[in-house]
Ligand binder design. Sequence first.
Ligand code: C5P
Length: 218
Amino acid sequence: MSYNIAIDGPAGAGKSTIAKLVAKKCGYIYVDTGAMYRAMALYLLRTGVDISDRAAIAKACQNADISIAYQKGEQVVLLNGENVNAYLRTEEVGNMASVSSAVPEVRKKLVELQQELAAKEDVVMDGRDIGTVVLPNADVKVYLTASTHTRAMRRFLELQEKGQVADLEKIEADIADRDYRDMHRETSPLRQAEDAVLVDSSEMTIEQVVERILSLCR
Ligand code: C5P
């Protein structure tokens, strides 16, 4: 049986940074499920589907074949065979992902892929519904969060570091909107699983959060 660690939480809580470090320490595979939803969103943006038309999204997503591979330890998302990693981290794709991920057909397809991976390998998987829906029997479940302001500030600094122009107020508003959509959608809303451990990283360093999760695994 493979060992599965599930990390859920809202946008910008530091899930991917933390999950990657935990995976490295444990020698497990890191699975970024947000990147899969982003790849699907990229496909939908490229095909020009009307984002308010759920039926059109449900139909179009059937033509997107999403898979993942690992190159030098990094997760690579393949969209119909193309490595699309370079296109996934924009605000446009993130906002589209939070809309299209509410469509049940999109979720069904990606959840199956995630479950297959976790059944085969020891994984640290991060997302919104990992502990509640994808891996309800995960060995360790963490709900990682931080205040909206802290999360917006972190994203702001990240963008600034990359030399991109960033507007803190707009980032904070986008994060709040995305949280609202993720928490209030009908299918698999973001919520803490009953048996998940709540970790609020607002006042914690990355190392402290990693150590906390490793202590839960011991
Ligand atoms: O985590 P990330 O910001 O990359 O996720 C992008 C979007 O994908 C989220 O806002 C959320 O709507 C969706 N998502 C999801 N379920 C997951 C992972 C991500 O609905 N397991």
